[in-house]
Design a binder for this molecule. Structure first.
Ligand SMILES: NC(=O)c1ccc[n+]([C@@H]2O[C@H](COP(=O)([O-])OP(=O)(O)OC[C@H]3O[C@@H](n4cnc5c(N)ncnc54)[C@H](OP(=O)(O)O)[C@@H]3O)[C@@H](O)[C@H]2O)c1
Length: 331
């Protein structure tokens, strides 16, 4: 797979692999052997960028995702980029679905988190350490100061911010240069597009999470879909209701047409749209299935001209769509 550069010098595969779904939010956790097989195959296919987080787990095993990723990638550690995240914990006690998130980026919490992640990931450094969510109680300068210390100590080599807004990014970046933001971005959730000129100005990359609108843009989920409300967040996501499938008919049609034209799949087309927009945008689709992981990697091969991207943008702008999970505007 071709590579891209995030920030000044972090080389990653053009499409990264989101690892969250192995043990969080998309149904029952995947068997360890299967995860290891899938990650090894992903490396063979050309993925060199893997995204996990301290909190991707279950109430029984809250940090299991990092352990799985660490174990699976141990034999190829020096050839891959591992991104993980700090600054958030899930309130599993609440029993609500989706599980409420509690931000905590106090320096002492970050210090504890980084040691835990290094241990679970079975490594002596984290390639890209994301603040998972902004903590309103802690100033960006303070978080960036801790990142500068961790960089000096060699515990991390790059850092980033997830769900970053302009002001926070600028203030943090002034203290310690940011390599990438990781924000929600897909054809259905385009509210961070206003950030693109700022990222360009600052030389900060954009890692796009939930790039297929949690799978909806693959075109494989129709009416009558059932998701287990206890383990699968899609049960509560507005884009998966029967009504939404109808409201999104024009969007799905557009994706199928584009796919046919480019000899691609709707999943690949939806990600090619962002890949062809800027050379520093990197989607990280998640899947627990080998065939889908291979299919998604193929997004990097689909070429759209600037004019084709613009035509799609114009169409999306005018199109009626359902609500989408996490589609709230930038605060
Ligand atoms: N920073 C943050 O706050 C944040 C938040 C959310 C996610 N993330 C990261 O972003 C990654 C991706 O996001 P995401 O998993 O929420 O959304 P996504 O990549 O848009 O969609 C994933 C869903 O689509 C399905 N899928 C994947 N490829 C498919 C294909 N080719 N055909 C049909 N279905 C397909 C998967 O199901 P199967 O597993 O059954 O294939 C899964 O349910 C996560 O793994 C995580 O690393 C970060």
């Amino acid at each position: 797979m071709e590579t891209r550069i995030l920030g000044k010098d972090l080389t990653v595969s053009a499409v990264g692999l989101g690892c969250m779904g192995f043990s969080h939010a998309y149904g029952a956790p995947t068997d360890e052997k299967e995860v290891i097989r899938l990650l090894h195959r992903a490396f063979d296919v050309g993925y060199t960028f893997f995204d996990t987080a301290e909190v991707y787990g279950t109430p029984e095993a809250p940090h299991i995702n990092e352990e799985l990723v660490g174990k699976a990638l141990a034999s190829m550690r020096e050839k891959v980029v591992i991104a993980t995240k700090f600054g958030l914990r899930f309130d599993f006690e609440s029993r609500k679905v989706p599980v409420p998130l509690i931000p905590d980026s106090r320096p002492e919490t970050i210090r504890k988190s980084v040691e835990g992640s290094l241990k679970r990931l079975n490594t002596d450094h984290i390639d890209l350490y994301f603040q998972h969510r902004i903590d309103p109680q802690v100033a960006p300068e303070e978080v960036a100061g801790v990142m500068a210390d961790l960089l000096r100590e060699g515990k991390i080599t790059h850092w980033g911010i997830s769900e970053a807004n302009e002001e926070y990014l600028r203030r943090a970046n002034a203290v310690c240069p940011v390599t990438a933001v990781q924000n929600r971005y897909s054809m259905m959730a385009r509210h961070y597009e206003s950030l693109l000129p700022i990222l360009e100005e600052l030389g900060v990359g954009f890692v796009a999470f939930s790039p297929m609108a949690n799978g909806f843009l693959t075109g494989k989920y129709g009416k009558g879909q059932h998701f287990d409300p206890q383990t699968d967040y899609r049960a509560a996501m507005p884009q998966f209701t029967d009504e939404a499938v109808e409201q999104n008919a024009a969007l799905l049609k557009l994706l199928h047409e584009m796919a046919a034209e480019k000899n691609a799949t709707p999943a690949q087309s939806s990600m090619a749209w962002m890949l062809c927009k800027k050379p520093w945008i990197v989607p990280i689709p998640g899947t627990r299935k080998k065939e889908r992981m291979e299919e998604n990697a193929g997004a990097a091969r689909v070429r759209l001209s600037a004019r084709e991207v613009q035509t799609l943008d114009d169409a999306l702008e005018k199109m009626e769509m359902s609500c989408v999970f996490g589609g709230t505007p930038v605060s």
